[in-house]
Design a protein around this ligand. Structure first.
Ligand code: SF4
Length: 509
């Protein structure tokens, strides 16, 4: 910017450079506030209130927004952050099949404190803003550039007709990668809303839908939007695009709806944009019998559908759901936890399938859009924990002694160590249809199959009992001998002497 440094060469930037998610979130926050990001952090605190844990217990939150951008057509992505963060994020995104280049703006102490980093970022977006290739370029600041106050808001709104969307996604402000998806979706919806207010915008790829639409919010198994569309159809409604969208122009159609279905309830910034555009939001989702019944009624009423049409739709859907649930019963005690935001919905489905569900923990916060689900689960005796920490998930596992633990990697690991079958929520449960008749019986096979494997865990535990733990841990060429008693005595004596020497005491007196 005309050669003048954008960031003051203060010690805050230097301090921030040495920090990461291993450092205290408070230090990072203090550096960010001192660098002019107070308002941004206050916004995050409001949108994504913290819970018992004050920093992410899952993967780097920026992975959420990175993935949303990488899945979109004609959208370029650039990261700026520490090399180790960018390495981890790009590695994971390619592991999940991104097949797309991720731009990287590195920094060093000098570029960070002199403001050159902002110049580098600006140069990078200018280089990438090719209208032949992109509708938008997403520029994401990770922890250190955010803590250093890199002013992304000063980037041009567009370059050569390519929109530039700058977002800060620091781990010390955004608790989960799920909520980072909302940061990017909210920023894009906001820009699309402003554009729609300024004049005509691009039409949807498949033409304009004549029927009133219901926009869906939350990443779902691909069959789910189709199941929802089939349930809306008899009410004269159509399913709109799913946010996070796959293409820029879908943002306009998403905003141009009769109602918004908050299938995943944590998209606070996105809901704010829909509300500003005058769109009503309906919480919960069409899962199981009771959930579908209440959701169809709420959606129909919000979209001014006549009651007899709503009733006819309910009468057409509910018996099929009831039959699917009855045909696919689940037997066994279960604890459930995850960080996708759909945990309460899965919980409802498990209970209606007959499972003895005791605990649902979600890393996402409490919002009005999941309150009906929480109330329903509590009425069935299920403990619901918002912003659940790993410690709370594990405490529930120990307290309820389930036949199956559905959860995040560390929870499943603990369960398996205790010879209890476990299923990963993200890979094995949330990657299944959940909505309407198609979702009603979809969990039974995988859940019952896992519970039925208990004897295998017992066999494995008996076989490996004592291996790889305590004195037998490590790589051994021979069968390890238990020398613990002799070794401990010897080393205990040695360390006593060393401690005494360190403390400057006389030895042997
Ligand atoms: S960007 Fe992600 S990995 Fe890097 S320090 Fe922040 S939270 Fe940790």
């Amino acid at each position: 910017m005309d050669g003048a440094p954008i960031i003051d060469a203060t010690s805050d930037s230097e301090e921030a450079q040495g920090l990461g998610c291993h450092a205290g979130a408070e230090q990072m926050k203090a550096a960010a506030i001192a660098s002019g990001k107070k308002e941004l952090l206050e916004g995050f605190e409001k949108d994504y209130p913290l819970g018992p844990h004050d920093q992410p217990q899952s993967m780097c939150p920026a992975f959420g927004s990175l993935r949303v951008g990488l899945r979109m057509r004609r959208v370029g992505t650039i990261l700026s952050g520490s090399a180790c963060c960018v390495y981890g994020l790009t590695f994971t995104s390619h592991f999940y099949g991104a097949k797309r280049t991720v731009g990287y703006v590195p920094f060093d102490s000098e570029s960070l404190v002199t403001g050159k980093l902002y110049e580098d970022i600006r140069e990078a977006v200018e280089l990438m803003a090719d209208p032949e290739k992109y509708d938008a370029v997403i520029m994401t600041s990770l922890c250190v550039p955010t803590a250093s106050g890199v002013p992304l808001q000063m980037l041009p709104r567009e370059i050569n007709g390519v929109r530039i969307i700058g977002i800060d996604v620091p781990g010390f402000g955004i608790p989960t990668h799920a909520e980072a998806k909302d940061v990017l979706s909210g920023a894009m919806l906001r820009r699309a809303r402003e554009e729609a207010g300024e004049g005509p915008v691009q039409a949807p790829r498949d033409g304009i839908e004549e029927r009133p639409t219901v926009s869906l919010v939350g990443e779902m198994f691909p069959v789910d939007p189709m199941s929802i569309a089939a349930m809306l159809e008899p009410m004269g409604l159509a399913a709109g695009p799913v946010t996070p969208v796959r293409e820029w122009r879908e943002l306009y159609s998403a905003l141009d709806c009769a109602a918004v279905a908050a299938i995943h309830p944590f998209y606070t910034a996105s809901f704010r944009e829909f509300t500003t555009a005058g769109r009503p939001i309906v919480g919960s989702a069409p899962v199981g019998h009771d959930g579908t019944d209440a959701w169809l009624q709420a959606i129909g009423k919000t979209c001014n559908v006549a009651q007899d049409k709503i009733d006819a739709t309910r009468n057409a859907m509910l018996p099929a759901i009831k039959a699917a649930l009855a045909d696919n019963p689940i037997k066994g005690r279960i604890t459930l936890s995850g960080y996708e935001g759909s945990e309460l919905l899965v919980g409802r489905l498990l209970v209606e399938s007959g499972a003895d569900l005791r605990y649902v923990g979600t890393a996402c916060p409490k919002t009005p859009y999941s309150s009906d689900d929480a109330e329903w689960l509590r009425a069935k005796g299920v403990h619901v924990q918002y912003r659940a920490s790993l410690e709370q998930d594990l405490a529930a596992f120990h307290e309820f002694q389930p036949d199956l633990a559905i959860g995040t990697t560390p929870v499943v690991q603990k369960a398996k160590e205790a010879s209890v079958p476990g299923l990963y929520f993200t890979n094995l449960i949330s990657a299944r249809p959940l909505m309407g008749p198609a979702g009603a019986g979809s969990l039974a096979q995988v859940v019952n199959g896992a519970i039925g494997n208990k004897h295998r865990f017992d066999k494995m535990s008996a076989f490996f009992e004592g291996v790889g733990t305590g004195d037998t841990a490590g790589v051994w060429e021979d069968v390890p001998e238990d020398r613990s008693t002799a070794f401990r005595k010897k080393f205990a004596a040695k360390s006593k002497i060393n401690n005494a020497v360190d403390a400057g005491e006389a030895v042997g007196t």
